[in-house]
Design a protein around this ligand. Structure first.
Ligand code: SAH
Length: 374
């Protein structure tokens, strides 16, 4: 058996080189590249045979050498609230992607690594060691699997179900910069997956030296997992803070290329009971971010087995939000989504996946049943 290499996630230059290498005449390479690119990313073609306006010989030649394989779909789980989680496998590793439908929009939460190195105390992924970085093929592949599963092609059509992409799945995207950059270039290309850069958000725990480059070279919206406004607290819950403390992080935010009132930075703040949720913390928060065009996303802590924290009480979250609001910041409280299938923020961990197939099916069935009208 010959192993055919997937052309998903290849830049046009690399694709051109691959075509030339496959014997496509030099003159035809640019046109063939454009045609393939369009079939693959705008129309979501899953095999070359579907590309009916291309010469048969050319399609056959492509089929022999290349594949359009996505990561393998291991399971799809559907929450009672409509959130979907896909467990994917590629290169022997498993990772997760989550789709969160909301009225008028749909957000796809994409992973950048298998596991994570950061060990944030409240995050389930942080209890899993880093296994490896995901490749551009695997990152772009997550968006393509989601579009396949939701029948959400063509990319350039009206009323797409997936309207936003957030790099908020497993892993730290700025520790996998080159691959994330390559993948997001395809996600953002108007002739490819066609998401506007304003609808792509990269979330980081605060890899300060890479933030400026992210703005210059990726140009997406930026989210910061802030979670505390005192170094002594943040050192404990986001240990990366010991390397890049708050002052340096906030300075990088002030200097983020393109930041303005129209392009605000999102600060994510997980509400941990008795840890970071006092009203003093709220006041300190608005003081410290003064001058940064920002919105603040308060995230009720999502529990996982053995987690060392509890979610703040609802009244406390409301009081906290009120202080932030009164200081002039939008501070929506993020409704937990998909908790029943462990798809909510910070609940992803690819071990869930060592479950036996029979259990998975039972879970999927019960999710389906729960969605049936009474
Ligand atoms: N490493 C990046 C990308 C992960 S994004 C980052 O840290 O930003 C995932 C978001 O969910 C982060 O804001 C993370 O801090 C938050 N999160 C992690 N565990 C959580 C939990 N148990 N409950 C709520 N939010 C959590």
């Amino acid at each position: 058996m010959t192993t055919r290499s997937s052309i998903l996630g290849l830049f046009p230059e690399a694709l051109k080189a691959a075509l030339a290498d496959a014997g496509v005449p030099e003159k035809a390479v640019p046109m063939r590249t454009r045609q393939l690119w369009n079939w693959v990313y705008v129309h979501g073609a899953r095999d070359f045979a579907a590309m009916t306006n291309l010469a048969k010989d050319f399609r056959a030649g492509m089929e022999e050498r290349f594949s359009l394989a996505r990561p393998e779909l291991v399971t799809e789980q559907i929450s009672t609230d409509g959130t979907r989680k896909w467990l994917l496998r590629s290169g022997g590793q498993e990772f997760e992607t989550v789709f969160i439908p909301e009225p008028g929009r749909g957000t796809l939460c994409v992973s950048s690594q298998v596991g994570c190195t950061l060990n944030c105390r409240f995050c389930h992924t942080g209890t899993q060691k880093l296994v490896r970085n995901l490749t551009p093929t695997e990152i772009v592949g997550q968006v393509m699997v989601a579009r396949d599963s939701l029948s959400d092609w063509p990319s350039t059509g009206e009323n797409r179900r997936i309207t936003n992409v957030v790099m908020m799945g497993m892993g730290e995207p700025l520790y996998n910069f080159d691959n994330v950059k390559a993948a997001l270039a395809i996600v953002a290309d108007g002739d490819a997956l066609a998401f506007s850069k304003r609808r792509i958000t990269l979330s980081t725990a605060g890899v300060v030296p890479m933030i400026r480059r992210a703005g210059e070279e990726i140009g997406s919206a930026l989210a910061i997992s802030l979670h505390a406004v005192r170094d002594d607290i943040r050192d404990v819950i986001v240990p990366l803070n010991k390397k890049y403390p708050l002052e340096a992080l906030l300075e990088a935010c002030r200097l983020y290329p393109g930041v303005s009132n129209a392009r605000r930075i999102t600060f994510e703040y997980v509400m941990l009971k008795g840890v970071n949720d006092s009203l003093g913390d709220a006041r300190e928060l608005v003081k410290r971010i003064a001058g940064i065009p920002a919105k603040i996303n308060l995230i009720p802590f999502n529990p996982w087995p053995g987690a060392p924290y509890e979610c703040s009480d609802w009244e406390q979250i409301e009081k906290f939000a009120e202080i932030v609001n009164r200081a002039g910041y939008a501070s929506p409280v993020r409704t937990p989504r998909g908790r029943d299938i462990m798809a909510a923020c910070g609940q992803l961990k690819s071990e869930s996946l060592k479950q036996r197939a029979s259990e998975r099916h039972a879970q999927l069935r019960s999710a389906e049943l729960a969605r049936m009208p009474e």
